[in-house]
Design a binder for this molecule. Structure first.
Ligand code: BGC
Length: 811
């Protein structure tokens, strides 16, 4: 017996010893390869002197007592960068090609900006500053708390990308971008890692909330507006993830097998529009492969198309730890490797020495990086205040969120609410409104307004019985939520990334609803969904309502409506859900999306009529998920990213016959038939079509005039508010080839415009210009853009399935 006991103790101690050694080795490895891998490179600079020449002050960045070309801000950025290239050593150049690791993101560097996920390294010898990069698409993501400091560094949680696209309002999106960029500038961040502009190929992609639309024209124009807004502050952006990154399952190695035509017309198009309309400072490549080659290692996409064909003159950077070989990445024209590791650093030095990384490639990438540094505010020795105007930005987010919410149903003018005092809030999300998705698209905001807070603030009473039921059914869950929220820094982000928090689904008996309805004037049922980076959504209890939710809507409607009281359903979701089976039960349905930290207030602005809803869908709501052609080739089981694969490496050399469909590779069999392009072509009924959205008023379209010039057509038409409520209308222009000889969509969006706020009876003339190049399609036979001459129908719609005016033209 004693011997057995002795052996057990021995075993336990041996295990502890092995774990300890493994821990120490692991820590050493992570620390020297990922956290502190370049201690030998100087970090801190010298103190600069001012040089005065002809009465003008300059910073003598290299302390040589002379004014050098790169120090002279009167010189062009191009000349300054050319001058700098001649001054950098080879080692300094290679140093610039990769970031300094992930230390700052983990809140571990004392001199960095905690939460900033990457850097462009400093070159103190020449007085070049360190550049900070941080997420993301719905507002700046930095750590809100810092070690040993009492104060906080909160950022504004703006509406998710999908909501912003639902505004179809480029000036509004630009103003949101302007506020985001202002926060970045104020917190010392030089580049925001956003916007997210991948196409909504399938409703279950877990990061769709960060992206804009199923349509590249809308994505591109909204994306360009966001870039222009952010960059107007002297802060850069990084539209991401270039390209064909449409699923989270196996996101680091999935091979997207896609035709050249679908690439050009659907997946590249939005980026092309962004580059041409806003020339962003940077673009982030995606993790996935495209037709067998990792995005950052894909020279054809990165250099031939993005840089040479479209003229992109900024920096191309990897997604975090994306790509396999640092040498292949830089040789492909992907200039910057983020966040950088010791392996990257060593490999680049070795490749430069043995010639596999030519100096011409190093210089070309370094020059782009230098131009970014020279453009940055840090180069002006800008002193950031760490004190953005969060109150002002809260107003921006409240207003923009209300503009992108979409009214889906409104029987007998249920909304705006009239003569309501006591509101019964049903469903836990009503009390825990979801501000945005999780993962790198999350924001550390100071507060988030739920529907209960917002209603109370607006003078409504919240039904006590419904509230108590929420507290009763949620006590355990609320405690867990609080504990999770207290997990700081990167671990907290990683947890929320792997497991996005969604409020629990509640049960309501008819008896309870009876009591609630007896003491309230209306019921608001909220359905909540959340998703985030690293896994895709699933069908059951996510795209589809759960049994509890269906029951909750059905019972609430039956009980309230039997008493002549109305029921409103609010969808607080980040992506598309099934609506057709239940949408006729409630009196009104408002798609609120995830509206940022002021989401509850924005919803109440619409419910009370302070704002007339004007958002329209940037994607189709199908009846059945399988109606989407891409459902044949999408990972429908939402398998989570395995940490094991990430840390110890996935089997990158898996033989072809061992590869799993929709995980290791995905065949984009649907080609260009994504979203409405497919539903229209195959004449499939939908729950809500692309471009759909209701208003509290009605609009009349008339007076379409089309004039044709050599390289463009100009449209003008009148929109009149013929209802009793002031409002705005989003109008859409589709083009359709009559008697087309080629396989092409029935119609495609090529223009849109939103009216100003029109009082009843008032009208607006809208002018839209369409360049003839927008009539081109990608001809795979000649591998080029091509035009089909002949007759086209120009259709002006209130949605893709509600065409109000049309006329034929000849091209
Ligand atoms: C995401 C990027 C993000 C980066 C830095 C990656 O995991 O895919 O969108 O910008 O992390 O946080």
């Amino acid at each position: 017996m004693k011997k057995v006991l002795f052996n057990i103790v021995k075993l336990v101690f041996s295990l502890i010893f092995i774990l300890l050694i493994a821990g120490i080795i692991g820590y050493y490895y992570v620390s020297s390869n990922i956290l502190n891998f370049e201690d030998e490179m100087p970090k801190k600079g010298i103190t600069y002197n001012q040089v005065n020449i002809d009465g003008i002050n300059f910073i003598d960045r290299n302390n040589n007592g002379k004014l050098d070309v790169y120090e002279d801000h009167r010189e062009s950025i191009e000349n300054r960068a050319t001058d700098l290239i001649t001054r950098l050593t080879l080692e300094e150049k290679i140093h610039l090609l990769k970031g300094s690791g992930i230390k700052s993101a983990l809140g571990m560097s004392s001199d960095g900006i905690p939460g900033a996920v990457g850097t462009i390294v400093p070159t103190p010898r020449l007085g070049l500053p360190e550049i900070y990069l941080s997420d993301g698409p719905a507002g700046l993501r930095i750590a809100s708390k810092r070690k040993n400091q009492d104060r906080t560094y909160y950022c504004t949680a703006f509406p998710i990308g999908t909501l912003l696209a639902s505004t179809w309002d480029t000036s509004l999106v630009e103003s949101v971008g302007n506020s985001m960029g202002n926060e970045a500038l104020n917190y010392g961040i030089d580049v925001i890692l956003g916007p997210g502009v991948n196409i909504h190929r399938h409703p279950l992609c877990g990061r769709n909330f960060e992206y804009y639309s199923e349509d590249p024209f809308l994505s591109g124009n909204i994306g360009a507006a966001m870039v222009n807004g952010i960059e107007s502050n002297g802060v850069g952006t990084s539209p991401k993830h270039f390209v064909v990154n449409n699923q989270e399952t196996s996101r680091n190695w999935n091979d997207a097998r896609v035709s050249e035509r679908a690439l050009r017309e659907i997946y590249l198009k939005g980026y092309e529009i962004i580059v041409k309309k806003s020339q962003p400072w940077t673009i982030m490549t995606s993790y996935n492969k495209i037709n067998g080659q990792y995005a950052p290692e894909n020279k054809r996409l990165v250099t031939d198309i993005l840089k040479e064909e479209w003229g992109f003159d900024g920096v191309v950077m990897t997604d975090w730890y994306g790509g396999q070989s640092a040498t292949a990445i830089v040789n492909a024209g992907n200039d910057l490797i983020e966040p950088g590791t010791k392996n990257d650093w060593n490999e680049l030095k070795e490749s430069a020495a043995n010639g596999s990384l030519p100096i011409s490639n190093i210089n070309a990438s370094v020059k782009r990086i230098l131009k970014l540094i020279l453009k940055s505010k840090k180069m002006e020795n800008y002193d950031f205040e760490n004190n953005p105007d969060l109150k002002k930005h809260a107003l921006v987010t409240r207003k923009s969120a209300a503009e992108g919410m979409v009214l889906l149903e409104n029987k007998k003018n249920t909304l705006p609410m009239k003569e309501i005092n006591n509101v019964a809030l049903i469903g836990s999300t009503s009390y825990e409104f979801i501000a945005g998705g999780t993962g790198s698209g999350d924001v550390e905001e100071a507060y988030s307004i739920a529907l209960d807070d917002a209603l109370i603030k607006n003078g409504f009473e919240i039904n006590k019985i419904a509230l108590n039921e929420y507290l009763k059914q949620n006590s355990k869950n609320l405690k867990e939520k609080k504990d999770d929220a207290e997990i700081p820094g990167a671990i907290g982000v990683a947890m929320s990334m792997m497991n996005p928090y969604t409020p629990i689904k509640m049960e309501y008996s008819t008896k309870l609803l009876d009591e609630i309805s007896a003491t309230s004037d209306i019921a608001i049922v909220t359905i909540g969904r959340n998703s985030g980076e690293s896994s895709d959504r699933v069908l059951s209890d996510d795209f589809l309502l759960s049994e509890k939710e269906k029951q909750m809507i059905k019972n609430t409607c039956e009980v309230f409506q039997s008493k002549g009281k109305k029921v409103i359903v609010i969808l607080n979701v980040g992506g598309v859900i099934e609506t057709s089976s239940w949408k006729n039960q409630p009196d009104a349905v408002l798609l609120a999306w995830q509206g940022g930290q002021e989401g509850g207030n924005s919803v109440v602005d619409i419910l009370t009529g302070k704002v007339n809803p004007s958002g329209k869908l940037p994607m189709t709501f199908p009846i059945d998920i399988n109606d989407h052609k891409s459902s044949l080739n999408f990972p429908m089981d939402g398998e989570k990213l395995k940490l094991n694969d990430l840390i110890f490496g996935f089997d990158y050399d898996k033989p072809e016959n061992k590869k799993i469909r929709n995980k290791d590779y995905t065949i984009y069999e649907e080609g260009i038939y994504v979203g409405y392009r497919h539903f229209d072509k195959d004449k499939i009924e939908v729950s809500y079509p692309f471009g759909y959205g209701m208003s509290y008023t009605n609009f009349k379209y008339s007076d379409l005039k089309i004039t044709k010039q050599e390289n463009k057509i100009n449209l003008s038409f009148k929109v009149q508010n013929i209802g009793g409520f002031k409002g705005k209308e989003i109008t859409q222009v589709y083009i359709s080839k009559i008697n087309s000889k080629i396989d092409r969509p029935i119609k495609e969006l090529k223009g849109f415009s939103k009216t100003k706020l029109l009082e009843s009876d008032k009208s607006s003339i809208l002018d839209i210009e369409i360049p003839v190049s927008d009539f081109y399609y990608w001809n795979e036979k000649i591998n080029s853009w091509d035009i089909e001459n002949g007759e086209y129908s120009i259709q002006i719609g209130s949605s893709s399935r509600d065409i109000k005016l049309q006329e034929k033209i000849k091209i």
